[in-house]
Every structure is written in structure tokens, then in C-alpha cells.
Design a protein around this ligand. Sequence first.
Ligand SMILES: Nc1nc2c(ncn2[C@@H]2O[C@H](COP(=O)(O)OP(=O)(O)OP(=O)(O)O)[C@@H](O)[C@H]2O)c(=O)[nH]1
Ligand SMILES: [Mg+2]
Length: 431
Amino acid sequence: MFEGLIDRFQLVKRRIAGYGRITNQELENIYKEIRLSLLEADVNYKVVKDFIFELGEKTKTLELSKSLKPGDLVIKAVYEELVELLGKSTRHIEFKKDGPTVLSLIGLQGVGKTTTAAKLALKYRGRNPLLVPADAKRPAAVKQLVLLAERANIPTIPLEKDSAIQTVKKAKQWAQDKSYGLIIIDTAGRLHVDDSLVQELVDIHHTLTPDYRLLVADGMSGQDAVNQARLFNEKVGLDGAILTKMDGDARGGAALSIVRVADVPIYFVGTSENLEGLEEFHPDRTAQRILGMGDVLSLVEKVKTIESEIDQEKIRKKVLKGELNLEDFLEQIGAVKKLGPLSKIAAMMPGVKESDVDENQFKKMEAMIKSMTKRERVHPDIIEGSRKRRIAAGSGTTVADVNRMLKEFSYARDMLKKLGKDMPTKLPFKI
Ligand SMILES: Nc1nc2c(ncn2[C@@H]2O[C@H](COP(=O)(O)OP(=O)(O)OP(=O)(O)O)[C@@H](O)[C@H]2O)c(=O)[nH]1
Ligand SMILES: [Mg+2]
């Protein structure tokens, strides 16, 4: 996600950092590069134009002082403008206290509505959700939702009289009898936003008024997603958007344009086919990521979810003291693996791309550590020649592999110690 943009912004940043002072001409050049980077990421041209204009206005008002590097100020201004463009602040679904909160998922064919419905139900499992298949056109559509729901152990309402409206009506009755805190309506997709689709949605919403009408749009489709959002907003009304398939090679154009052009905030992004692959959308973290500072905060939050499994405080202290050993490392690898593919997790770190990370490398590492004795893991310094040969033989690797792993481990330990001191940073700029 955003990889092209991240690369381009890295270059811009490096250039800016080189300036002791910035002349107007240089500033113009910077704007030109930012403009090109955004256009290449498929951001709407008008949005780009406004962005550069606002940036220009903002930098004009910047007060320079002896302690401030002009480059830092410009980057900070870019960061702030990006956050603004992405919708300023994180949106949360506000749940009603008296009765169920109703979400209606709207969107064209194949964008990911059904998958997202199940993902949302799983995410808010604690609210006692009910899934409502409102797609009577394709029998397979209901089956798909039921299958996904079964996997997540979430109740679905059966299709009523082969009619979306009747089913939604039934859901409304169910909601009165049973204590559902959340109702998610999975509507039918079409190839285009046509009159019959609009009418069906209007009727459904008339039957059971949604608290949130959420557009589901394919993040990979760039400006198409943005145009759909605008159309749906005009015809049906939208309260927010969910961009799916952001794990693919989405350049980011949809995320960076949709808020401005279609006037809808982004609530979530879909980041995998799996039901766990739904994340809240954070404009600030996304901007940090685009600017190449890594999604450190998201990572921290993800790690929090496994807090109970590993003694974080113990690890943190060890990290800070540079005392992390291979035993801890093994524990961490095990716990982190539960979060998803390691390449994905590592790609959230500053400067690391998903394609940089070799999953096999981690597996090899794990095999080597498992071939060590506990004492060796705790005191890697004692691992000399014969021990290395034994570990290599035990893990199906070579002594060179063991050497490399030990070197990388001590490097990682030192880096973590350094990083640990700097974290948590709210805004990673010095101003
Ligand atoms: N990689 C990835 N795939 C996704 C994501 N969300 C959905 N998909 C896939 O996209 C395809 C279409 O998803 P559906 O949920 O069936 O889409 P839909 O909007 O309900 O489709 P219709 O009901 O036919 O209109 C499926 O193969 C999903 O697995 C995502 O965030 N990432
Ligand atoms: Mg569907």
C-alpha cells in the first residue's frame, strides 16, 4: 500500500533535508516533485492542485528561527496537509445505547461488501451482531455470507421470501425480540450505479434506517472508487467509506482523494482476504507511513493485542537495557506470528518494505534458535565453533547461516535498544 508514494516522498525528503536554507526557487521545485508524486499515485488532479496550493499558503506563514531547520518545517507542513487530506482524525462507529446500531454496506459488484460485513461482525463480536443478507438476486450471495458468518460464529438471518426488503423487515423484528447490538446489512452489488440499485437501497433504508451508510469500494480501483463514492453519496447518501484490498498494489489514489472529492470519511481499510483483515483508518498514521516514518503506532497497537501472551514489561526493560536474548526472541517470534505474516508486520517498520522481507529467513531463524540449548539462547556469546556446527546440523542450515543470524540478532538488539529509547513519539519531527 502506498509503496510508490513512499519511495517518491523519501527522495523529496532527502532533498529537503540537504538544504540549510530554502530559496523560493527550491521550494517551487519541491512542490513540483510532490505534485508529480501525488499524480503518479493516482490522486485526483484537482485534489493535487488544491494540496499544493494549501501547502504553499502554509509554508508562507512559517516562521523561521535559528533553532528550526527550514526542511523540517516544510516536511511538517506536508505531513499536516496529508493528515488533512486523509480526513483529519480517526473515525469510530458510535454505538447506540438503546437498541441496535445499524450499518448498511453499499457498493458495486465484487468490491468486498460481503467479506467486509463478516469482518465487521467479527471485529464487533462483543456487541452481539446480526448479519443480514439483503441480496436476493444471487442465491450464492446468501450462501457466501452464511459461510463466512459460520466461520466467525456470527448469526445470520435467513433470506425471507426471496426478497431483500422482506429480509430486512424480518431483521427489524428480530432486533426487537433479541438483544442484538449491531445489525449489518449486506446489500446486493451491481455493475453500475443504476436506478434499480438506487431504488432498492432507498427501499431497504426506508425499511430499516441505518445509522451508518457505508460505501465499500475497492481501493485498488483508484479514481473509479472515488467516482462511485460521489455518485452513491448523491443518490443514496453516505456516512462513510471502507476501502478494501489495500493489501494489494493500491497506489493510494483512492484514499488520498475520496475524502475531498466525495466528501466521505474513511472508517476502515481492508487489508487481506482473511476475516481479521480490517483495520481502522488513521489519517495521522497513514500520513506518517507515506512520509516514510513507518506505521510504528499501528504496530504498537497490534502488539498490544498479544500483550497478555508475553510479558511486555519484562521485554521492554530488557530491550531498553540491550539485554534481549534469543530465548525472548523466540517467544516474540511465536507471538508475533499470530498477528499475521511476518513480512506484513515488518513492513510497518520505518524504511522496510513488504517485498524486502523473506518469510523463509524467519523460519530458518526460528529453526536455528530451536536447535540451541536454553543456555545458548540466554547467553549467545558462548556459541563457538562446535556449538555452531551442532546448531547448523540440527536446523538443516550451515555454520555461515548461524553466524549471520547471530550477527543480525545482535544488530537487531542494539537497534531495538535505540528505538526503544525514542519511542513512543507522537510526531516524529524535531521542530
Ligand atoms: N486481498 C483482499 N481481498 C479482498 C478484500 N476484501 C474482499 N476481498 C476479496 O474480494 C472478492 C470479492 O469480495 P465479496 O465480499 O464477495 O464482494 P461483494 O462486494 O460482496 O461482491 P457482490 O456481492 O458480488 O457484489 C473476494 O474474493 C474477497 O475475498 C481485502 O481487503 N483484501
Ligand atoms: Mg456480496
